[in-house]
Design a protein around this ligand. Structure first.
Ligand code: HSE
Length: 342
């Protein structure tokens, strides 16, 4: 059984190999594979600086579908049966990048029950579990990290839970879905909805079920996770007012443009006078002087209003392979570091 801060692990041995398994080798999975490979020297150097140990990370197994043979993936680490990962005690970190609710949730629970640490980018599963996955991590004494679940490359979860730990967040306003922002931007430039949607698909920005993006569910899941980090409780789905972009026509976008506005899918969490937060995801026509007006394409922006730090804004890639992979890699490396800090 892993100890969460495994101080006794190899204390006499100053070298450690941490084995990682990826579940899924799609847009993000292949990005994580590339990033860990390209950055392995730098990551080991940083882990050495942080812990005084030679720590290397190895992707030991990758779970793919039976008919999936990604060119980049060496045959010897390709597996199609999750039990081969679950039953391998040498694998310490499971990285769930399959997306969707099931079997992803079951796989994460099973990994934690076996004492494996879990990293995921799965906002749908994290939000839907409403705290049960975090609870499982506590009970099984493992790390569960999901920085990539919200706003792709932007380290927004760490900023809230670490950077702002001594402050109080009073409002979050953001563009949290990259694909719909890409579509709205491209249609504003003159492309058809169909063409913009197809480009978003080809770039790997869309969920497996694109209605999650188009109907605002994906942004709702991300907003719910932010709500949890801010308040300590997940808002229920019924507490989040939600509308997507399917009701917007190219004519609406053109009309807004003529008025000097841009239509954006805006997510808001706002503290009311009673101290309770209200939540919404809906399209809004923003004027040019609005801070989110200039967030174009697949970029996300998150503005945070705090009691003491006042206003902060974060902009960065909200989707994309290597961009999102940086957040997943950050979680993997920080777990490796925390396991070896004495
Ligand atoms: N479909 C998501 C988006 C991917 O468009 O933002 C990143 O979470």
């Amino acid at each position: 059984m892993n100890n969460k801060n495994n101080k006794d692990n190899n204390l006499s041995n100053k070298s450690s190999l941490i084995k990682v398994a990826l579940l899924g080798f799609g847009t993000i999975g292949s990005g994580v594979y590339t990033l860990l490979e390209n950055q392995s020297k730098l990551i080991s150097e940083r882990l050495y600086s942080a812990t005084g140990r030679n720590i290397s990370l190895e992707i030991a197994k990758v779970l793919v579908l039976p008919d999936e043979y990604p060119e980049q993936l060496p045959q010897e680490i390709r597996v199609t049966d999750y039990d081969q990962i679950l039953n391998d005690d040498s694998i310490e970190i499971v990285v769930e990048l399959m997306g969707g609710l099931e079997p992803a949730t079951k796989f994460m629970n099973q990994a934690m029950e076996r004492g494996k640490h879990v990293v995921t980018a799965n906002k749908y599963a994290i939000f839907t579990a409403q705290g049960a996955l975090e609870e499982k991590a506590d009970l099984t004494d493992v790390h569960l990290r999901y920085e990539a679940a919200v706003a792709g490359a932007i380290p927004i979860l760490r900023s809230i839970t670490e950077g702002l730990i001594g402050d109080e967040v009073e409002e979050v306003v953001g563009i949290l879905n990259g694909s719909t922002n890409y579509i709205l931007t491209e249609v504003k430039k003159g492309k058809s909805l169909e063409q913009a949607l197809e480009e978003a698909r080809q770039n790997g920005y869309l969920e497996a079920d694109p209605s999650a993006d188009l109907e605002g569910y994906d942004a709702m899941h991300k907003l719910g996770i932010l709500g949890y980090l801010i308040t300590g409780n997940y808002p229920a789905e019924r507490e989040i007012e939600r509308a997507g972009i399917t009701g917007i026509s190219p004519q609406d976008i053109e009309q807004a443009k003529q008025n000097g506005q841009a239509i954006k899918l805006v997510a808001r969490a706002t503290k009311t006078e009673t101290g309770k937060f209200t939540y919404s995801v809906r399209p809004e026509a923003l004027a040019e002087d609005h801070p989110l007006f200039h967030t174009e394409g697949v970029l996300n922006t998150i503005q945070i209003k705090c009691k003491y730090a006042q206003e902060l804004a974060f902009t960065g890639y909200g989707a994309g392979s290597l961009e999102t992979a940086t957040a997943v890699t950050g979680d993997i490396v920080s777990i490796a570091r925390d396991l070896h800090i004495c």
